[in-house]
Design a binder for this molecule. Structure first.
Ligand SMILES: [Zn+2]
Length: 433
């Protein structure tokens, strides 16, 4: 009898181990299945290391690429595929954030229950407007930079163009391409913000400086801090906070930054989302970095968006979206069927005031005539970079449901160089011409 009991026990143990093993395997498959199925060695969906199933279309159903046994086929329209290269990715998979790499499991239609033998049509739809990308690409011309636009109410990214770019179909010698060619700068870029960062310093001042509504700053073109100087490109005279932002007075913002102090600036930068990495349907964006020094001059320059400040363009676009959305913005996304989420970044009253100030910037400085029928809210930035290089010209803002970031690298004054690019693309989007 004892012997029988012993055998039954052994048998049950074996069954238990077997069931545990199955559970473990199914669990692993649930978590890792997409990686296994999309592994390069899977002959079913890869040929010679190239994906051979799935296609990609934009928000209007415009065909962007199709994977087949003959390789990846892109649009026949050369300009369209060059303009959308950072969205689709190139045929050699040099662009890590390109859809053919980043959304591999979705593009092949992987599903836990059906595997890669999906019964569904293997067509992935993006929120991108490929024709709007063409307009942005034309507006950038042969200059280096980027344009990003997203709907802050729905989270849909409509435009994301970086230059320099390449023909995704061409056989390119990587050693010959310009630096940054394979980088989607809106997602992966990190740049000195310059004066567009003054929005965050303004936000902090509106909430933490009690006398901000009666505060005035007299700009003489040079602001002296313990014998060191923060300079303005010209004398701005007497300004309240509206005037200081519209004129982008460096002296005024150095004074504000020093008065607010490092801890307050740190707190507001953290709150702004400018140091967070966003997860755009699985693509992680670069995160910004700020160093608020104990040295007063350095702290002053940091409050102006210079010194060691770095931001990622997408994070700035979302921050602008939160100003437009009275504190709240939709989380950015690029896949048409991905979930809609919201994030709260700014106090509603402060966001309304910032929006009002951005509108005032256009009315009193950049000129509504340069942005017809857009009711534009904006802030420019002219970010000093390496010695000897021209500054990076930024122009960020919103109109209606759309928040945007534009930057022309090594160019000049933001409102002059990046402003017209923003206008060109927004006219197409908002006014249809
Ligand atoms: Zn000034």
């Amino acid at each position: 009898m004892k012997k029988l009991e012993g055998r039954a026990f052994l048998c049950l143990t074996l069954v238990a181990v077997f069931i545990l093993g199955i559970c473990f395997f199914v669990g692993r498959m649930f978590i890792k299945g997409s990686d296994w199925a999309t592994f390069y060695g899977n002959q079913h969906i890869f040929k010679n290391g190239q994906l051979n199933v799935g296609s990609l279309v934009d928000r209007n159903g415009v065909y962007l690429l199709k994977n087949s046994d003959e390789g990846t086929k892109y649009s026949e329209d050369l300009e369209l595929r060059v303009a959308n290269c950072h969205i689709t990715g190139d045929k050699r998979y040099n662009i890590s954030t390109g859809a053919n790499v980043a959304f591999r499991d979705k593009i092949i239609g992987y599903n836990f229950f059906t595997g890669t033998n999906s019964l569904y049509k293997r067509e992935l739809k993006l929120t991108i407007d490929s024709e709007l990308n063409r307009t942005a690409y034309r507006a950038l011309g042969d200059r280096e930079g980027f344009v990003g636009i997203y709907n802050w109410k729905t989270g849909e990214i409509l435009t994301m163009v970086s230059t320099p770019t390449v023909d995704p179909m061409a056989d390119v010698d990587i050693s010959q391409v310009k630096e940054g060619t394979y980088v989607n700068k809106v997602l992966q870029g990190k740049l000195t913000p310059g004066s567009i960062f003054k929005l965050v310093t303004t936000e902090a001042a509106l909430e933490k400086k009690k006398d901000i509504n009666s505060w005035i700053f007299r700009c003489s073109g040079v602001y002296d801090i313990d014998g060191e100087r923060v300079t303005c490109p010209k004398i701005h005279g007497t300004n309240d906070i509206y005037g200081a932002l519209a004129n982008s007075c460096n002296g005024a913002y150095a004074q504000l930054a020093i008065e607010l102090g490092r801890d307050v600036l740190k707190e507001y930068v953290a709150k702004s989302g400018l140091t967070t990495s966003y997860n755009v349907d699985g693509i992680k964006t670069a995160e910004g970095y700020f160093d608020f020094d104990t040295n007063k001059v350095n702290l002053g320059w940091a409050g102006i968006g210079q010194y060691k400040d770095w931001i990622n363009p997408l994070s700035m676009m979302v921050y602008i979206g939160a100003i437009a959305g009275e504190g709240e913005a939709a989380y950015p996304r690029i896949l048409e069927d991905s979930p809609k989420n919201k994030i709260s970044l700014i106090n509603p009253d402060t966001a309304r005031k910032l929006g009002d100030m951005m509108r005032n910037n256009v009315k009193s400085n950049y000129g509504d005539g340069n942005f017809p029928n857009l009711n534009l809210h904006a802030k420019s930035g002219t970010a000093e970079t390496m010695k000897g290089n021209l500054p990076n010209g930024w122009f960020v803002g919103y109109t209606g449901d759309y928040a945007f970031v534009v930057c022309i690298e090594k160019s000049g004054f933001g409102a002059q160089v990046a402003g017209p690019v923003a206008n060109r693309v927004l006219q197409q989007l908002v006014n249809g011409h």
